[in-house]
Unconditional design. Sequence first.
Length: 176
Amino acid sequence: MSAEPSPAPVGESEAIRLRPPTTRDGHTMWTLVRDSGVLEANSCYAYMLLCTHFADTCLVAERDGRGVGFVAAYRPPTHPDAVFVWQVGVSAEARGQGLGKRLLHALLRSPGCRDVHFLEATVGSSNVASQRLFRAVARELGVDCAVQRGFSGADFGPLAHEDEELFRIGPIRRNP
């Protein structure tokens, strides 16, 4: 009589690992954005640049070796105490599991953000999910989430684009 193999612990095959991106992740990020149906797609080349030039302020989320999410961010030269989140993308299969919040919290703990005191992002006026995400992160951090004018639709010239509000979260308190 042979023993049956014991089942894998619950969630082990579904564990999501966060890591810094590599050049190859540019295509994954581009695909996640394209497939989201919500995020504004940039060129694949732009995502490759984010993965290389800004790897210290970007993260990729993987499940079973497949990209299921990312955060693309950078440190604005005019606001050195901030990290600006360009995009947070989560695959349809990984939505509703808190991955966006997990990515933002991990970003703030990353070496590239160790001296960051503010998290900033512009969010489209119709993107309620992102608005909720940033407000929830501010609540969890116990800090303010100020919302002010970012870019108006007119700033985009003849392109049809909605207003983008600037979300500024902080000041983020650091443990000594």
